[in-house]
Design a binder for this molecule. Structure first.
Ligand SMILES: *Cc1c(COP(=O)(O)O)cnc(C)c1O
Length: 479
């Protein structure tokens, strides 16, 4: 790129000399060609950016010597740029945050069984919308509907892109232009400053909020019902908990009220679990089966929260109502792809045996993992780490609490074990940043001026990788 004459004329002779010493693009391309296997398109971009950077550095007075423009000075900069360009934007990280269903880190990990189905369905033709019995067009939803009904007792169901889409589709079908009565205490904000009421209003339904933030009574719902009311909505409060003077109307009471007024009841369960986690010592949460059995007309929940499957929004309920939802044209716009279906079907099949589900579905395995296992993992990490960092970093084991995440069981702390790192050669914030930007990024959390690495969410086969990442950062420049 030519440097504008006007600007250069005003500059000092020394600066002009440096600008003239910048290698020509074609010459520089030749130097880089042997150093990288990157596609020519990326090489060109990196070369141009490297030369632009040099020009700006000269004009800013940061480059004052011709040797800084030598092949040996510029080529490594260009190669580093290329390496960054060749690194995929979406990549693996080690989750040492202890948050199991971490929305920012991809929520649920799929079981090996589901990965095998993905591979097959992704690389081979399938009967996605083809009925092998009749030889005619089939429905993609039929592949999982029976499984969902068998597991939950629901009469019918369908699956869409995510739970927010599920809620919107349900309200658009059942309450467009009409009123939906919902407790004020249940109108929550979920990740990314996304507010559930805003999603709901996009459906064209009008929300009628009842009760106070901390207490809502059955009479509040009763008083809000008008000719315009289409349904009563219950939203799982998911990511927060009101402690103290608190009252919510039970689902069975809402169902009874709705029946007496010929209205529908819809529950957005949020996480939605098919197993009762209290059998493994966690807090009791209503399962999908219990919600269905309580008589709701429709229940929705996420596929990738407590269920431990792929991103999806699962809609279950009474057949006549689900049929109406299926026929909504919006359904087509929110439909799931074959990968989701393949993974979801495989995960659902694992639920036919709860112990098998617990052992094979990573989200369930991590949530129910015993403390002793995590402690052994932490000890293993310490053994691999200590000899390498002894002098400058203080590392230790510490009891901590992991979190469920995904807006589920907000109060539930899971007894866990962490390795803490207290660096003496750099700030803990710098350490956190270096680990986050490592080739295999590591995400921990800072507490009391120490970096905490919770081993619950670090797989057994990741302990050595975590140790290697830490040791590599240890050798990096602290500054
Ligand atoms: C998480 C959540 C949602 C959104 O689900 P997505 O699958 O992320 O779209 C909606 N409602 C509740 C109560 C939730 O907890």
């Amino acid at each position: 790129m030519a440097v504008p004459k006007k600007v250069t004329n005003a500059k000092s002779g020394a600066e002009q000399g440096l600008l003239r010493a910048i290698p020509k693009v074609d010459e520089f391309l030749g130097w880089v060609a042997g150093e990288s296997a990157a596609p020519a398109m990326l090489v060109k971009d990196a070369v141009r950016e490297t030369l632009d950077e040099a020009r700006i550095a000269i004009q800013a007075g940061r480059i004052t010597q011709k040797t800084d423009l030598d092949r040996s000075a510029l080529v490594p900069r260009c190669v580093a740029r290329l390496a960054a360009k060749m690194t995929p934007n979406l990549r693996r990280v080690i989750n040492a945050s202890g948050v199991v269903v971490h929305t920012n880190l991809g929520r649920s990990l799929l079981p090996q069984e589901a990965m095998a189905s993905l591979l097959t369905v992704g690389s081979r033709y399938s009967n996605l919308e083809f009925d092998l019995n009749t030889g005619r067009r089939g429905s993609r939803y039929s592949l999982v509907e029976d499984l969902l009904c068998r597991l939950t007792g629901a009469e019918a169901g369908l699956v869409v892109n995510n739970n927010a889409a599920a809620v919107m589709l349900v309200l658009d079908t059942l309450a467009h232009g009409r009123e939906v009565v919902v407790s004020r205490g249940q109108l929550v904000e979920i990740g990314g400053s996304f507010r559930i009421p805003e999603v709901m209003e996009k459906s064209g339904a009008r929300l009628v909020e009842v009760g106070a933030t901390n207490r809502t009574h059955l009479r509040d719902y009763e008083n809000a019902i008008t000719d315009e009311t289409a349904l009563l909505l219950k939203v799982h409060s998911s990511n927060f908990k009101i402690i103290g003077f608190f009252a919510e109307v039970e689902l069975k009471d809402l169902v009874a009220l709705a029946a007496s007024r010929a209205l529908l009841v819809v529950e957005d369960l949020g996480s939605g679990s098919l197993v009762d986690f209290s059998r493994w010592g966690l807090t009791k949460e209503p399962t999908v089966q219990e919600t269905v059995a309580a008589g709701v007309d429709v229940v929705t929940f996420s596929g990738d929260k407590l269920l431990g499957g792929p991103q999806a929004g699962i809609i279950l309920g009474k057949k006549a109502i689900i049929d109406r939802i299926k026929q909504n044209p919006l359904n087509r716009a929110l439909r799931i792809d074959k990968f989701t279906l393949a993974a979801l079907e495989t995960v659902l099949r694992l639920y036919f045996d709860e112990e098998q589900a617990r052992a094979t579905i990573p989200t369930l395995a991590m949530l129910t993992m015993d403390y002793a296992t995590i402690r052994r993992r932490a000890a293993r990490l310490l053994r691999q780490l200590r000899p390498g960092v002894e002098s400058a970093w203080q590392v230790a084991g510490m009891d901590t609490e992991s979190r469920v995440g995904g807006g589920a069981l907000p109060e539930q702390g899971l007894a866990s074990r962490a390795v803490t790192v207290q660096p003496r050669d750099r700030s803990v914030n710098r350490l956190e940043q270096q680990l986050r930007q490592a080739r295999l990024p590591v995400i921990g959390r800072i507490e009391d001026d120490r970096l905490l690495l919770d081993l619950r969410t670090v797989a057994d086969d990741e302990v050595a990788l975590l140790a290697a990442a830490l040791l590599a950062v240890f050798k990096e420049n602290p500054a």
